[in-house]
Design a protein around this ligand. Sequence first.
Ligand SMILES: [Zn+2]
Length: 487
Amino acid sequence: MELFKRKTSLFIKSCRLLPACLLVCCLIGGVIACAELRLAEPLLAEPGSVHAEPALAELPAGTTAEATAEPIAEVVAEAAVMTKVLSVSSSGGQKTASLLDGKTATKLSLPAASVLDISAPSGQVMAGLYLIWDRPPGPWILSWDGESGEDEEIRGNYGYLHEYVPLREGISSLNIRLTEGIGLLCDVYVFGPGLLPEWVQIWQPSYEEADLLLLPTHADDEHLFFGGTMPYYAGELGLRVQVAYLTNHWGEAYRTHELLNGLWTVGIEYYPVIGPYPDYPSRSLEHARSLYDTKEMVDYQIGLLRRFRPLVVIGHDIGGEYGHGVHMLNTDTLRLALEASSDPEAAPASAVLYGLWDVPKTYLHLYPENHVQMDWDRPLARFGGATAFEMAQEGFACHVSQQKWYSVRKTGVHDCRSFGLYRSYRGPDLNGGDFMEGLVPYSAERFSYEALVLPRFDLKRYGLAGIGNYFSLGSLREKAFWAYKAI
Ligand SMILES: [Zn+2]
């Protein structure tokens, strides 16, 4: 009888769980269907893109029809870099050799409205153009001889310092015309058809909505103190990780190139925000406060929170890690911004522009409460088995100018695995070790099957609380949406 009661009770409990189970099954089923649909889609072949598949006629000499049965990656030739054989001339008559030396330290100043002509060697076509600027150039016009006269397109709208432009088929010459002010151009690369080398950065505009918003103070803090966050969440899981630096390094232009190279290395493809504040040394919060307009800085950060509507924000240690005053200030102003971003009276200009937002979860580096220890030692498929920690080291290695001062570490105030949940709608994490615990990413459609199903909907790991969080976040988003609409 006792056994029967237990079995009945188990059955009743199972019945109660049934709707939730059905929901999970539907979600998983839907995901599998989406994953299969995605797999069935053909790869888009854009000229010069990393996914480009060459027509048979473009295959390297000596490639036989049988060879095409091999995986396509083995027969796609790397695009030829034409830099050495290009002809580049400037309408101002300046010497252009510095544009072809591959060194960001040498640059050419192009006056407003000046034109740069670039031609491929005779009989060759250009598939892609890659420009390295010293400063964001403002809009510039790319033009070429098309079928019906001169065609042109406007570029430079997103302020990319490193900009790749895929070119229309068959172009053998083009020109670049600046529309605003003086442009400082470091390097020009032109590629023939084929697979682009990995070092070519093809940036996308910053996200409109971010799963994670990282707020480093300087170029290199994102690797040193946030460790494997970018390679794991952006690179491996494909989540929307937006990086927004507080300061800029326009006074030391090489650092912004290092910044972009480092982000690209760890799997960030959406352009970072580079803050309006100059980089100053500082050893205390009081001193740092004297360097900047802190009220304006809080409003600026409120604007970032509203613009990106992040599910998770990750900031510096309150103590500034090794005691950098501006790291401390960055988090000090962030703490105020987090409380004000849902208040329409605070920073009203960004409220009108973006709507209101209250960040669901905020983690601070080294924060002692609700401690979260991240495991950056798992091998990541996206990076050929390298771990998130190793990728943070690789990202930091791009900051050539900073190597003698710092390193990515697992110890003391440099421990890039140690965080605490500083602020949350939902109390502490149930399991820990995952910034996205209990949250459903904006970018769910970009998830791989494993990444979406296992961490997010595994009942063993999250229990029914995970499902509850899913719905409570859904209502939160709805609230935020209507708050936005009401303005
Ligand atoms: Zn720093």
